[in-house]
Design a protein around this ligand. Structure first.
Ligand code: SF4
Ligand code: SF4
Length: 673
């Protein structure tokens, strides 16, 4: 039997030309990557990058095994894995052949036969996966998928490379006719019949080989300039997004050169325009003129306009600018549509965070003195003046208490918990019911608690969401000073927004403060306290309610902080209550439309996000939709009326439901006068 191996460059003359072209392709590739890195470097640092086991784990699970892509769309996930593994396998195979040729001969005998067949499996996976991409995009026409030039060119290019690879191999086998030919290939022997003679196969082989080589080298050169760049940027972003965030203070910002942070630029570069974010975005579902995919793409355009190496070469710059003009730059006004609900980040296969980009753009709008929506400006002015966005005097902050007697922790009283009521819960008439209900439950169950009374400040969440960083810092410092003065160490909040700010934003913010201004405190949301009381048997429900309810997950409790079970545990512990889930629930929940500062905006849209949500709630047939956030309560209560569902469904806060079950509801004397 002939010796079993593949001779590199068999039948190929002028191999030097191949080396020249390969060198050229690699040089263009390196330039393209350097160009992308140069853009990335224009960003400022908002994360500390270092070794992270969690990052490596995520890279393996989401990058190599595609768990994240499969999770949202099994078909797309399988297709992606076929292309990814097929491509990677062929790439590693080419490297192995090079090692075999230049370094150490190891692809011989049975090892070569197994290698050869493995390469065919990879090639077949690439062809099938890429054909499926074209099928979904152009025949099935999956709505979220776009049909731009590149979306056709790249799959067609990949298929042609794989097909010519098979043809080159079959031509070689047909020409050389080795005894082990069939053992080295699934497909080759079947294709050898297309050649009329070994001599013809040898002639054709040369053209096929050069065609295959040119297509492959061309793709390598084109990769950094195309959407295929995500093959490099996406793994980098998946890793980077596990790294700890860093607080960028207003003072830091005054020295920053770039408009975006490095991780924002990175995820813009890694975005594949898959449209999963747009599919789940409440603003898109309500028909508003905003799309997270387009916003991220525009972010890339904006960042790419500066810092490119390409800009140094005038004809390349002209080409690049023309190409970029195909994607519109960021339209800052659209940033106000985002509710910061995090649904996009939840489904994005590469962990892009459009909401981060949105906040960055809002910061720039306010910093540059460009016009913000009038209600936003007013809310911020109110925050500055009254320490709440509702234009309510500080003296009225504790009016919600009515006849309730609640210890004031600012008067030398000590309690286990500081109940941080929050601006909206303290002031909005409907939301005040949350504070009264929760306080009565705590009193009823003997939990030691107090409030900060009239002295309570705004935690700063609204300022941060709206992009007013300086105000956030001021309000944060005021709140911490209050906690420090009154030795507050355990806080429970009504609002998931205050909870999120204390839990996730304050630790970063405190790092920017001098040691003596920092406060060590823990924070909980009331749903956790209720769940704890329920588990401890301290909520003795005297009423059987005979109600069917559905639960609306507030975005800042659920997606932002992973609290899905506790509110449901409380609901399910109540006698006579049946819980029915909506079509969107848990991590897939749909926003009420009130987050991200949208409580203070009137944006044009055909349908309100809150109406979409209340209709989903009504569709379950539930008597009541329960929620655990003052914004959600107000938005859904309002939507119930505007959507004409007043007689179909009621809206209650979780505390109100618990109060009903405890038999303590409806004591008007305790309401504020
Ligand atoms: S941001 Fe993420 S989900 Fe949205 S289009 Fe880009 S890759 Fe897809
Ligand atoms: S955070 Fe929510 S509203 Fe904002 S872009 Fe993402 S999905 Fe849309």
């Amino acid at each position: 039997m002939d010796s079993i191996y593949r001779e590199q460059f068999w039948n190929i003359s002028r191999v030097w030309l191949f080396y020249v072209l390969a060198g050229l392709a690699l040089a263009v590739f390196a330039f393209g990557v350097a160009d992308r890195v140069a853009v990335w470097k224009t960003g400022f640092k908002a994360r500390r990058i270092g070794f992270s086991a969690a990052g490596i784990r995520r890279l393996i699970i989401d990058g190599l095994l595609g768990a994240r892509i499969i999770k949202g769309d099994l078909t797309a996930g399988i297709i992606h894995l076929m292309i990814f593994w097929g491509f990677l396998g062929l790439f590693l195979g080419t490297l192995s052949s090079a090692v075999d040729h230049y370094v150490v001969s190891w692809l011989r005998g049975n090892v070569y036969l197994a290698f050869s067949r493995m390469m065919e499996v990879c090639g077949a996976a690439l062809i099938i996966g890429t054909a499926a991409v074209l099928l979904r995009r152009y025949l099935i026409r999956v709505p979220r998928l776009e049909r731009r030039g590149e979306d056709l060119i790249i799959p067609a290019w990949l298929i042609t490379i794989a097909v010519t690879g098979f043809l080159v191999k079959s031509a070689r086998l047909a020409a050389t006719q080795p005894a082990w030919g069939e053992a080295s290939s699934f497909v080759g022997p079947a294709l050898t019949g297309i050649f009329s003679s070994p001599l013809q196969a040898q002639d054709v082989h040369v053209y096929l080989w050069w065609g295959h080589a040119l297509l492959s080298l061309g793709l390598i050169a084109y990769l950094p300039f195309s959407k295929l760049f995500h093959a490099l940027a996406a793994p980098a972003n998946i890793y980077v997004q596990t790294q700890p965030r860093q607080f960028v203070s207003v003072e830091d910002r005054s020295t920053l050169v770039g408009e975006f942070s490095q991780d924002q630029i990175l995820f813009s570069q890694a975005c594949t325009r898959c449209g999963r974010c747009t599919d789940v975005c409440p603003a898109c579902l309500a028909g508003e003129p905003f799309s997270p995919r387009n916003f991220v793409a525009a972010g890339k355009t904006d960042a790419t306009l500066k810092g490119r190496l390409i800009n140094r070469v005038s004809f390349l710059k002209k080409w690049a600018v023309k190409r970029l003009s195909e994607t519109p730059a960021i339209s800052p006004g659209l940033s106000w549509y985002c509710t910061t609900c995090r649904a996009c980040l939840e489904v994005c296969p590469i962990y892009a965070a459009p909401l981060d980009l949105v906040r960055e753009v809002r910061i720039r709008i306010l910093e540059d003195g460009r016009s913000a929506p009038p209600l936003v400006t007013r809310a911020l002015e109110n925050l500055l003046k009254y320490s709440n966005p509702w234009e309510s005097s500080k003296k009225k902050r504790d009016k919600w208490m009515g006849d309730l007697t609640i210890p004031d922790l600012t008067r030398n009283v000590r309690a286990e918990w500081c109940y941080f009521v929050g601006c909206t819960t303290s002031i909005d008439l409907r939301a005040q019911e949350i504070a009264r209900a929760f306080s009565r439950i705590l009193i009823h169950t003997g939990v030691s608690f107090g409030t900060l009374g009239k002295k309570e400040t705004c935690c700063g969440d609204i300022a941060r969401c709206l992009g007013e960083e300086g105000l956030f810092e001021t309000l944060g410092e005021d709140t911490l000073a209050l906690f420090q003065k009154h030795e507050i160490t355990r806080v429970v909040t009504s609002s998931p927004h205050c909870f999120h700010t204390f839990k996730n934003e304050y630790p970063l913010f405190q790092e920017s403060l001098p040691e003596e201004s920092r406060v060590d405190f823990s924070v909980s949301h009331y749903s956790r306290i209720l769940a704890g009381l329920s588990r401890a048997g301290r909520l003795s429900f005297s009423q059987t309610l005979n109600l069917t309810v559905t639960y609306h997950d507030p975005c800042y409790l659920g997606r932002h902080n992973g609290i899905y079970d506790e509110p449901r545990q409380v609901i399910q512990a109540i006698p006579g209550v049946t819980l029915k889930e909506m079509i969107h629930y848990g991590p897939d929940s749909l926003c009420c439309g009130g987050g991200g500062g949208r409580m203070w905006q009137e944006l044009s849209s055909e349908t309100k996000i809150s109406e979409v949500r209340i209709r989903e709630a009504a569709a379950t047939g539930a008597d009541v939709v329960i929620t655990a956030c003052p914004y959600c309560l107000i938005m859904l209560e309002d939507a119930r009326k505007t959507a004409g569902l007043e007689d179909s469904i009621k809206v209650l806060d979780l505390n109100e439901l618990v109060l009903l079950a405890l038999g303590l509801a409806d004591r008007p004397s305790e309401r504020p006068r």
